[in-house]
Ligand binder design. Sequence first.
Ligand code: FAD
Ligand code: NAP
Length: 307
Amino acid sequence: MKKFDVMVIGAGPGGLTAALYASRANLSVGILDRGIYGGQMNNTAEVENYPGFDSIMGPELSEKMFSSSTRFGAEFLYGSVASIEVDGDKRIVKTDEDTYEAHVVIIATGSEYKKIGVHGEDEYSGRGVSYCAVCDGAFFKDQDVVVVGGGDSAVEEGVYLTQMAKSVTIVHRRDQLRAQKILQDRAFKNDKIKFVWDAQTEEIMGDGNEVTGLKYRDKNTGEEHVIPAAGAFIYVGIQPLTEPFKDLGILDDEGWIDTNIKMETNIPGVYAIGDVRKKELRQITTAVGDGGIAGQEAFNYIQTLTD
Ligand code: FAD
Ligand code: NAP
């Protein structure tokens, strides 16, 4: 069993920052992720609200944060965490293949996209249905695409898609966007973007091989319409990745983790940071802020164990 002072679960901006702070305080730190470091930043085309950069591609910011966070010796480890167990002062982290022991565990597993749950969504996933414009946008050069959703992700990634697509139709279930005003203004000014309001998406249509369009019901008239499209990008929100922690008694009714301002959960030595927390603003800056606090608090907590 490998031992660390601190195990960080999740290498998004929150986890990477916690690892930076804890390792710089001379603690031994393992940072576990089931995929590539960077988390949701890897699905973000352009980040323009992270101080210090007027604009930076998400994957590039991931590289920079990873390099900073491992500079003081934090060790990056692959593995999908299945559970955390509490045994006195020991916190045991189990992945599908390995077991780790630590004094402190910092949960930074973030969130994942939600599905709409309509016919065709799963069938055509990867064959026209996508949840990542930065990953798949290039496949739709000079083609018509639809984006479902009305939040920051739908509008921002919709604008990004206009760089390659012929047209982008944003299909939203209400007549007002939820997205930040600056993003709305940008989309309204973009000639390649059309909006379909009060539209209940009913089906992602295809020819058996790839996507051919999106069927929606007009909520005002009840009529069904089809928008021809080669790609359907779904941005209808996020949900917490907390399944492995459901037996710890630290989740709220919707699965988010409740913490205090020190990022402490109700279990001593178990912290939660970033998008996975119950919080108002889920952003890179707020994940980074949480990570700094938890990294420092881990140091304070471990001092009390050795006193
Ligand atoms: P995440 O970035 O979600 O990272 C969590 C990590 O945990 C992942 O790497 C995941 O693989 C890992 N993980 C999960 N479960 C396990 C497990 N069981 N075992 C091991 N590892 C696990 N914010 C901005 O500030 N500016 C933007 O421009 C912006 N654009 C966005 C665009 C899109 C399309 C999306 C979806 C989000 C955007 N955001 C933006 C929000 C921002 O990306 C998130 O708030 C931020 O990434 C959250 O960081 P995090 O560290 O909490 O978690
Ligand atoms: P979100 O803010 O929850 O928005 C989800 C959108 O999808 C809403 O407009 C919602 O409609 C719609 N929707 C939900 N369920 C639906 C369904 N079943 N069918 C059709 N539409 C549905 O999610 P998000 O846009 O992915 O953003 C997630 C988080 O990341 C937010 O905290 C956001 O601020 C952050 N983010 C930030 C940036 C940035 O700062 N530049 C960029 C992207 C994301 P209603 O409006 O009717 O509820």
